[in-house]
Design a protein around this ligand. Structure first.
Ligand SMILES: NC(=O)c1ccc[n+]([C@@H]2O[C@H](COP(=O)([O-])OP(=O)(O)OC[C@H]3O[C@@H](n4cnc5c(N)ncnc54)[C@H](OP(=O)(O)O)[C@@H]3O)[C@@H](O)[C@H]2O)c1
Length: 239
């Protein structure tokens, strides 16, 4: 999709990857970017000073909030579902309330926002939805089992939406990063890519018409393993 001249909306734009996605979209020539957050006052004032940026309140778990955003941002051509949460815990020992929270946000919330914006995107087609998933949606790491399951559900619904929206001029893109150096993984020792690199590659992938984006070196390598031998990726990540 052509980013130049597009109108994008990014969820969870106040920090982490979402904040960098806003910057990259502006750098790629978007005409307008709706930077949305549960609390829009937490969005970087420097970003807000760009005349192309509009801030909006948007809690992806709250239907009234989502409906209000869809009513306010009627010119969107690119929806970037970035907002997400991560609760730690293994399949046997993890707190089920956290598992439920991750599912409500990462899966149901992403779908809720997408459903609300489909009429807007269809009216402005050609349009696109880009979902920020994760490499570990495709095979879990054990101490993040609930999060992985919520992202696996989001991956599956991304595929379902891709097929359902194909005839309506709306592309559906999945991005599958490895670890990113944001608050989400603070204090966790892991390979982490810089958020600006990941954001830049996601935006470049959307612009290049990629359906699946592997936006860092770790995910690009693991992606080739997944494509050729999914069981091997499962074994690699589980160990
Ligand atoms: N960090 C990683 O290693 C990694 C790897 C692969 C994929 N990802 C994915 O990348 C995306 C961004 O994560 P990040 O690393 O930037 O994490 P982060 O720094 O923790 O930021 C998460 C963002 O999501 C927002 N958010 C959470 N719940 C929300 C809700 N109900 N409604 C609206 N916004 C909500 C947060 O807003 P508040 O400030 O209001 O909490 C924040 O802006 C997520 O989908 C995550 O799963 C991250």
């Amino acid at each position: 999709m052509n980013i130049a001249g597009s109108t994008a909306l990014v969820t969870g734009a106040n920090r982490g990857l979402g904040a960098r996605l806003v910057t990259e979209l502006l750098g790629a020539g978007a005409s307008r970017v709706y930077a949305t957050a549960r609390n829009p006052h937490t969005i970087d004032p420097q970003v807000c000073s760009d005349p192309r940026v509009r801030t909006l309140a948007l809690d992806i778990t709250d239907q009234a909030s989502v409906d209000a955003a869809a009513k306010a941002a009627t010119d969107v051509t690119l929806l970037v579902n970035n907002a997400g949460v991560l609760g730690f815990g293994s399949a046997l020992d993890g707190d089920l309330d956290l598992f439920g929270r991750d599912m409500t946000t990462n899966y149901v919330g992403t779908l809720r926002v997408t459903r609300a914006f489909v009429p807007v995107l269809a009216a402005n087609a050609p349009a696109a939805v880009a979902n920020v998933l994760t490499l570990i949606a495709l095979a879990p790491v054990l101490p993040m089992a609930g999060y992985c399951a919520s992202k696996a559900a989001a991956h599956s619904i991304t595929q379902a939406l891709r097929a359902e929206l194909r005839g309506r001029g709306i592309e559906v893109i999945g991005a599958y990063p490895g670890g990113i150096d944001t608050d989400m993984l603070a204090g966790i020792e892991a390979d982490k890519a810089a958020p600006e690199i990941v954001a830049g590659r996601i935006v470049a992938g959307i612009a290049a018409g990629e359906t699946v984006v592997w936006p860092d070196d770790t995910s690009a390598h693991a992606g080739t393993v997944y494509v050729t031998d999914p069981l091997r990726l499962e074994q690699m990540l589980a160990s």
